[in-house]
Ligand binder design. Structure first.
Ligand code: HPA
Length: 254
């Protein structure tokens, strides 16, 4: 099988023996690192570009997903950092979101700029992939995992205000900047997609102040555990999928 990994950080250790290539798409040229893991080909993309420096609102979301489509990937794991809106979810925890609320403002949200295509997001994340990730998280000693949660997506690049966070608390459990449109574009292309969110802080107003250093520090403390979860999940994948993700577009055209 061919599996995609999209992360905001560097390539995980288990992919260190990889080959780098450029995949040219109609949305731009994307740097992809390829490695073999447990009989599967893994295609790694740094969400923030080859240099890893594009802010969340400038990410080439369509290029990233299209590069995975061009590489014949069928399953995609997205890894990201988030803040917590919910006191039951603490820094260092991992959340596997089951739904999202989109508060972004100016991104390119679709591959379908012409025609009337409306993909169904009743089940926004692939249930098959989520359950595989959850099984692996549960076997990981010292990992505190939340099997569901609503991810509120903000435009960034600034962090939120305390008043915004009070509003978002009525909708969701975690807040971050990169899930949308990634998850939507994956569905439009019929890919299975699951998100693994590392909670790095309590959201604005829930702790005294926020800094990028703190976010990176918490992520770095958890990254070897997350890397093991990814490696085990990839090894557990087989071609038997019971989900309907690959048929997303069949009933989407008006
Ligand atoms: N808000 C938005 N994005 C984030 C946060 C946050 O508090 N923490 C990590 N990514």
């Amino acid at each position: 099988m061919k599996v995609g990994l999209i992360s905001g950080r560097k390539v995980p250790k288990f992919l260190s023996k990889c080959e780098e290539m450029r995949v040219d798409t109609e949305y731009g040229s994307i740097t992809v690192k390829v490695a073999e893991v447990g009989g599967h080909s893994v295609f790694f993309i740094n969400r923030h570009g080859g240099e890893g420096d594009l802010p969340p609102h400038q990410v080439n979301y369509r290029g990233n997903i299209q590069a995975l489509v061009a590489s014949h990937v069928s399953c995609v794991l997205g890894i990201g950092t988030v803040g917590s809106l919910n006191l039951m979810i603490q820094p260092g925890d991992v959340v596997l979101p089951h739904d999202f609320v989109d508060m972004t403002k100016r991104r390119v949200y679709s591959f379908f700029d012409t025609g009337r295509v409306h993909v169904d997001l009743t089940v926004p994340f692939c249930p098959f992939l989520r359950s595989r990730v959850l099984e692996r998280c549960r076997t990981m000693k010292g990992m505190s995992v939340h099997e569901s949660g609503v991810y509120v997506v903000t435009e960034g690049p600034r962090l939120e205000t305390p008043a915004e966070i009070r509003m978002y608390q009525t909708y969701g459990d975690i807040v971050g900047m990169t899930l949308v449109p990634e998850v939507v574009l994956a569905r439009e292309r019929g890919l299975c997609y699951a998100s693994i969110c590392v909670v790095c802080n309590m959201a604005a107003g829930m702790q005294a102040s926020l800094s990028a250093d703190e976010i990176i520090q918490v992520f770095n403390e958890k990254k070897s555990m997350v890397s093991s979860v990814l490696e085990d999940t990839i090894q557990s994948l087989d071609a038997q999928r019971t989900c309907q993700c690959h048929r997303a577009i069949d009933k989407a055209s008006l």
